[in-house]
Design a protein around this ligand. Structure first.
Ligand code: SAM
Ligand code: SF4
Length: 378
């Protein structure tokens, strides 16, 4: 499969891309003249990549124990006092926004485990400069909250669903029940989130026989199905090379039921909100019917680090510049020690300059990262 090139503006490796320069701190609004609006900053890392997207983990706890993500036992969660309060999150998000970050996704762990999440959503949505506020959830506790979250200012939702079979769902998540997630998806659609994205990690031998049903399920709800390659992250002992399934193999399987068009592009160029690494294709049912647009996130077989536009902050306020490299900078400690917003903003800009060029994931399990996605904020 050949992924489409991004535009020069999106591709920092392109010769037409701007040369990397450290962010001029004056353009961050630091020391700005009152009443004079700052020029919009453009945060660029040391590898010429514009960074404008923050994934904010609000908890490392989860209601599920998905087999590929968390171990069954022996999971130790950070003490609550170490987790950022909502007030601390808002201060730190303001610092990211001062650097030009304008898209935020709440994640975890399971974000809906945080008490009164709509309060955080409301506060983040009110920050000047935040123009996209989204969340990734397992959907288990979503049904009663979908409407409130939408009213609070959440704009977009990704819901993880790896299988449509109740017994298999229980096996994969260990503690989840499919019905509750299906109710959550219905409630999200009814609340006006649209189109929602449904994410499935495909693990060979677990759910690769459900590629076609998942596409049909999403299409029937006007949702966008996305298939994610299993990455060698977390849970020691679960990865085997046989369990890894590359996007090309998924396409081959889907080809039995659908005519598959060439890639139409990434998010906006494919008419799909968000600026993630998913490559979208149109799949037309072979028996007749309308095409449906499906996303493929091929982190292992077709790495996309050269166009990475994101940064993460863990639930304890550690800046994690790259998914594959546990972060070092504790913004929480700096904040609790009394650092002001200008200082915190400079610390973030400096750390981002040193963002790693990328991961070394391989279909043979190479480049393994031990810190689970639930801690990193997947
Ligand atoms: N609990 C929420 C959920 O499951 O949607 C949000 C956090 S979860 C870590 C975010 C996403 O990471 C989920 O779609 C999950 O399937 C995915 N994920 C977790 N471990 C993964 C792995 N090793 N490879 C690929 N995706 C993974
Ligand atoms: Fe599953 Fe998400 Fe929880 Fe990991 S964080 S165990 S992927 S529900």
């Amino acid at each position: 499969m050949v992924d489409p090139p991004r535009t020069p503006a999106d591709d920092p490796g392109s010769p037409q891309a701007p040369a990397p320069t450290r962010v001029p701190l004056a353009s961050l609004g630091l020391g700005r003249t009152p009443g004079v609006p700052p020029a919009p900053p453009a945060l660029v890392d040391g590898h010429r990549r514009p960074i404008h997207y923050l994934r904010l983990s609000v908890t490392d706890r989860c209601s599920f124990r998905c087999v590929y993500c968390m171990p069954t036992d022996g999971v130790s969660f950070v003490p609550r006092a170490e987790v950022l309060t909502y007030e601390e999150m808002v201060v730190l998000v303001r610092c990211f926004v001062a650097l030009g970050i304008h898209r935020i996704r709440l994640t975890g762990g399971e974000p809906l485990l945080r008490r009164d999440l709509p309060r955080l959503v409301r506060a983040l949505a009110a920050i000047d400069g935040v123009d996209d506020l989204a969340m990734t959830t397992n959907g288990y506790a979503l049904a009663p909250l979908a409407g409130t979250l939408r009213e609070a200012g959440l704009r977009r939702l990704n819901i993880s669903i790896d299988t449509l079979d109740a017994a298999r769902f229980a096996r994969i998540t260990r503690t989840g029940t499919l019905d509750r997630v299906l109710d959550g998806i219905d409630a999200a659609c009814a609340a006006g989130f649209g189109p929602i994205k449904l994410n499935a990690v495909i693990v060979r031998g677990f759910n690769d026989d459900e590629l076609v049903p998942l596409v049909r399920f999403a299409a029937a709800r006007g949702a966008v199905m996305r298939f994610i390659e299993y990455m060698p992250i977390g849970v020691d002992g679960f990865w085997t090379d046989e369990r890894f399934m590359a996007t090309d193999a998924m396409l081959e399987r889907l080809g039995d039921a659908f005519a598959i068009e060439d890639p139409v592009g990434y998010g906006p160029s494919a008419g799909i909100a968000g600026e993630g690494p998913a490559v979208y294709r149109d799949l037309t049912p072979r028996g007749g019917g309308a095409p449906t647009r499906v996303g493929f996130i091929s982190a292992v077989s077709h790495g996309f680090c050269s166009t990475c536009n994101r940064v993460r902050m863990t639930a304890v306020g550690t800046l994690q510049e790259c998914l594959a490299h546990p972060g070092q900078l504790s913004l929480r400690d700096a904040l609790r020690a009394g650092a002001d917003e200008d200082t915190l903003t400079r610390m973030i800009a400096d750390a981002l300059w040193d963002k790693s060029s990328g991961h070394a994931f391989a279909p043979t399990g190479g480049g393994r990262v031990m810190q689970t996605m639930s801690v990193t904020g997947g």
